[in-house]
Design a protein. Structure first.
Length: 560
């Protein structure tokens, strides 16, 4: 039975666009953009922005641009550009021919800067960064005017052109807007528009040695592209008056900026600076380490684009800041993979089990369901033999209370196969169990027509038919604290148990040669993905995407 489609949550952004369309503003057009800075990989917080930007445009029959706000060559690279393009496509969104870069507009931005200088609205300043900070004032005290604020227009124009020509060293001069040093909004206290930075740009090379500040380039780039709704996170709300001032002074197309609260998820950080530090200090293996909150990391771990889009839509857009429990993200993945992932048998920590009364050399093919949630997935054959592997945790001697798996004298069902009874064990010199011996009931295959039932069911693989996994990687949260940014030192709450590498696992033979990125449910263990970087047909590496226990369902039940 198919699920009813979940109704999209209402949000204030949709309401604003509906009002604009009703009033005829922008002629009923809806043009949005997703404008990342190419200074890192996209993370889970970006998924909400991407879903809103592309989703609103699609809902109202408009379009969404992908634009790189590439104004800081010291921190940007083509690697980040390529990763962002690939990730947005992987999420399922398409910008068509509308791929842009702020660097496409460097000449136009420069000409507009000269226009403001000629209008007496911008000037070249010689203050150092430290002096500028001192002159800026505080939230409770007004700023002071720079001694260079009233430089003659022609002098500022000449200096600005010489800045472009490369006559001055980094930091020697800046171009600043002339607005209001007493404004209660610090962003309006003569903000810097250009700084000298003799660094090679990943697209323009060494053509420029002055680069526009983000706040100068961002709003004008939106205007050039004809963006109608400039949707951004709440920290840019105080920047909106500055963007408005620039657009008004230039007399150009004026988008409507709309701010929503940035998405925060428990147990992760999304600061690019901190994520870069994790990569550079090799706390993780790279930007796509499956413990990272980057979309590349989540993808490698086994997350699907459908699950991430579902999560973003469930969270929705809000004005108030929020911290979403990571259990909801895991729940979305679990729901999605439950429907699509085929089941397989995998024994992570093998313990040998010998069925003493099973004929030597006999092999049976057991019918195993591929996905009980999807009848069209069909079934497969799994070989069964006298010598099997079971999980070490599925045997105890002595058995603790309420233990319904295998123990001396106890019976369990082997999944898809027979009921077996433990008759003895073999131990090594240290007293550890190395082999369990059982007998089986030949009449109990796949069920028991005599009505006999056992309380425990365990999984298994055939010793002679199973294949090895080089590694099975079990991931936990990268941070042990729900809000790592609140710690005095965020590095102190790194989880030392965030990765456990299990070697020696045995897998049912149908997993031989599976493609990288393939996802399966290992029965009773969780959902796993074939690692996209390290796995090969001859050396299988699996990442656990998420376990089977749904903590979000318990949270929802407790809150209802």
């Amino acid at each position: 039975m198919s699920e009813e489609p979940r109704e999209k949550p209402t949000n204030f952004i949709r309401d604003i666009i509906l009002e604009h369309n009703a009033s005829g503003r922008f002629g009923g057009q809806v043009i949005t953009r997703f404008p990342p800075e190419p200074n890192g990989y996209l993370h889970i917080g970006h998924a909400e922005a991407i879903t809103i930007d592309f989703g609103m445009a699609a809902e109202f029959g408009g379009r969404c641009h992908l634009r790189f706000d590439d104004t800081n060559p010291a921190k940007e690279s083509q690697e980040y550009v390529d990763s962002i393009i690939e990730t947005v496509r992987w999420l399922g969104f398409d910008w068509g021919k509308h791929l842009y870069y702020a660097s496409d507009y460097f000449e136009q931005l420069y000409q507009w800067a000269e226009q403001l200088i000629r209008a007496g609205k911008a000037y070249v300043d010689d203050l150092t960064a430290e002096q500028m900070s001192e002159y800026r004032g505080t939230l409770t005290e007004p700023g002071r005017e720079s001694p260079y604020r009233h430089r003659p227009v022609e002098e500022s124009l000449d200096l600005f052109r010489r800045m472009r020509a490369g006559e001055f060293e980094d930091g020697a001069k800046t171009l600043r807007a002339k607005i209001d040093m007493t404004s209660g909004n610090i962003n309006l206290r003569d903000p810097v528009m250009y700084r000298i930075r003799k660094a090679s740009h990943h697209r323009t090379g060494d053509a420029w040695c002055i680069y526009p500040m983000y706040d100068w380039a961002h709003g004008q780039s939106d205007s050039i592209e004809g963006v109608t709704h400039s949707i951004c996170t709440l920290e840019y709300e105080d920047h909106r008056p500055l963007y408005d001032w620039y657009l008004d002074q230039l007399g150009v197309h004026h988008p409507q900026q709309i701010e929503f609260a940035r998405l925060s998820v428990s147990h992760i950080i999304t600061s690019k600076r901190k994520l870069l530090e994790l990569v550079q200090q090799q706390v993780v293996s790279g930007w796509d380490d499956p413990r990272m909150p980057t979309l590349a990391g989540l993808r490698r771990r086994g997350y699907t684009p459908e699950a991430i889009r579902d999560f973003a839509e469930r969270v929705g857009a809000a004005k108030a800041a929020k911290v979403v429990d990571i259990a909801l993200l895991e729940h979305c993945l679990r729901e999605d993979l439950n429907r699509r992932a085929e089941r397989r048998l995998a024994v992570l920590r093998p313990l040998k089990l010998v069925i003493e009364n099973y004929p030597e050399g006999q092999v049976e093919e057991m019918e195993a369901v591929n996905n009980p949630e999807d009848p069209s997935a069909g079934s497969r054959k799994v070989p069964f033999s006298r010598v099997l592997y079971i999980e070490q945790d599925d045997f105890r001697d002595p058995a603790p209370p309420k233990y319904f798996r295998l123990a001396p004298g106890a019976e369990v069902r082997l999944r898809y196969a027979y009921i077996v009874k433990c008759t003895g064990v073999e131990r090594d010199s240290a007293g550890q169990v190395v082999e369990v011996r059982c007998t089986y009931d030949p009449d109990s295959r796949g069920g028991d027509s005599r009505g006999r039932r056992v309380r425990g069911t365990i999984h298994w693989v055939s010793s002679s038919h199973s294949i090895p996994a080089a590694e099975v990687r079990l991931y936990e949260h990268l941070f042990s604290a729900p809000r790592p940014d609140d710690a005095d030192d965020w590095k102190t709450v790194l989880n030392p148990q965030s990765l456990e590498v299990v070697r020696g696992a045995r897998l049912e033979p149908t997993l031989a040669g599976v493609d990288r990125g393939s996802r399966f449910q290992f029965e009773r263990h969780g959902y796993f993905c074939v690692d996209a970087r390290d796995s090969t047909p001859a050396r299988l590496v699996f990442n656990r995407a998420v376990g089977l226990r749904d903590t979000w369902a318990k949270i929802e039940k407790a809150s209802s």
